[in-house]
Design a protein around this ligand. Structure first.
Ligand code: GLN
Length: 303
C-alpha cells in the first residue's frame, strides 16, 4: 500500500477510537484543547509530505522544542554542554525533582524539564531572551522551510502563571550553582520556547534535518544528528522511553501538548498529534498511531 493511503487510513482509524487519554490540565490553556483532534504527517527528504486528519491545525509543541534548543546548544558549546547536563535516561517523570537532589543539580538529560532548563540557560548567554527566542524560531522556521511558525503568547502566559514545579526545579539547579542566569529569567524564555505552535505538517518538515538524508537542511553536522537521535531514543519519552523504543522503534520526542516528532534515519520525519496523554505524559493515540505506522511501513532503526 502507498504511504498516503497508510497515513489516511491510520487517521481514519484514530478518529473512531474511544480511548483518547487525558488532556494535560496543569497548563490551563492546554486543558482547553479538543481531545478529538488527531493529525499525522510524514515528510520525505524530497519535500513530499503525506498528511491526514488535523495535520494542518497548529498545536503547542511544548517539550518537542527541547530537540531544537539542544541542537542550538550543541552547535554553540559542543561537548562542553555535558559538563552541565547528563545524557542518561532518568526513569522518572518529565518534571521530577528527585534526582536533582542526589545528583547535585546536574540534570540527567536535556529532555527532562530540569535538563531543558539548563540548556536554555546555556544558550541565553550573551543574548536577551527576545533575541534567543528569535533565534530558536529562526532555527525551526529554516528547518521547516516555513516562516509561519510563531509563539503562542497565551500558552506561555498560562504556563508562567502556573509553573510552580518548573520554578522549583530552576531554583534547585541554581542552588547547586548550575544556572548562569536568574531562575525566573531562564523560565520566562523556557515557557515561551515550549509555547511554539506548529502543525503536524510543519513539525514533520522541521524534523527532516534529523534524518541525515541528502537534500535536507543541514543545520547540524551528521555526527551530531546521530547523537540527538540517540538521546531522543533513550530519553525522548521520559520514563516511557523504553516502551516507546519497544513499540515504535524510532527516535522520538514527545510534548505535553500531545505531539510526537519521530525520525526514520535517511528516510522520513514523522509528526503525530493527539492531545490526550497516557500516564507517562506522552500522547496516547499518537503512540498507538506511531506503532501502527511503523508496523505497516516496516520502518525501524532496529532492522
Ligand atoms: N512546558 C512543559 C513543562 O515544562 C513541557 C513539558 C512537556 O511537554 N512534557 O512542564
Amino acid at each position: 500500500m502507498d504511504l498516503q493511503s497508510i497515513v489516511a487510513e491510520i487517521a481514519a482509524e484514530m478518529a473512531d477510537r474511544p480511548d483518547r487519554g487525558e488532556v494535560a490540565t496543569y497548563i490551563p490553556q492546554l486543558a482547553r484543547v479538543d481531545p478529538a483532534r488527531f493529525g499525522l504527517a510524514v515528510a520525505l527528504p524530497d519535500g513530499t509530505v503525506h498528511a491526514a486528519g488535523d495535520a494542518d491545525l497548529p498545536f503547542s509543541v511544548q517539550s518537542i522544542s527541547k530537540v531544537f534548543t539542544l541542537a542550538i546548544a550543541l552547535g554553540r558549546f559542543g561537548d562542553d554542554l555535558w559538563m552541565r547536563v547528563g545524557r542518561e535516561p532518568s526513569g522518572q517523570p518529565f518534571n521530577s525533582i528527585l534526582q536533582l537532589e542526589t545528583e547535585r543539580g546536574r540534570p540527567r538529560n536535556p529532555f527532562i524539564n530540569a535538563g531543558a532548563i539548563v540548556v536554555t540557560d546555556a544558550i541565553l548567554a550573551g543574548h536577551q531572551p527576545r533575541e534567543l527566542l528569535g533565534e530558536i524560531l529562526q532555527f525551526v522556521r529554516s528547518a521547516a522551510g516555513d516562516e509561519e511558525i510563531h509563539i503562542n503568547k497565551s500558552v506561555a502566559a498560562s504556563e508562567e502563571a502556573t509553573g510552580h514545579r518548573n520554578r522549583a526545579l530552576a531554583e534547585f539547579i541554581a542552588a547547586h550553582d548550575n544556572l548562569i542566569h536568574e531562575p525566573d529569567y531562564v523560565l520566562g524564555t523556557y515557557f515561551h520556547q515550549c509555547a511554539i505552535d506548529m502543525t503536524c505538517r510543519q513539525l514533520a518538515r522541521a524534523g527532516l534535518f534529523l534524518t541525515n538524508a541528502e537534500g535536507t537542511p543541514s543545520l547540524v553536522g551528521p555526527a551530531r544528528v546521530r547523537r540527538i537521535n540517540a538521546l531522543m531514543m533513550t530519553c525522548g519519552h521520559y520514563d516511557a522511553s523504553g516502551d516507546f523504543a519497544y513499540r515504535v522503534g524510532l527516535p522520538g520526542k514527545s510534548g505535553v501538548g500531545g505531539g510526537i516528532l519521530m525520525v526514520v534515519p535517511r528516510r522520513a520525519a514523522i509528526a503525530v498529534w493527539s492531545p490526550g496523554l497516557n500516564a507517562a505524559g506522552n500522547s496516547h493515540l499518537g503512540t498507538v498511531a506511531a506503532e501502527i505506522l511503523t508496523r505497516r511501513t516496516g520502518w525501524s532503526v532496529f532492522g
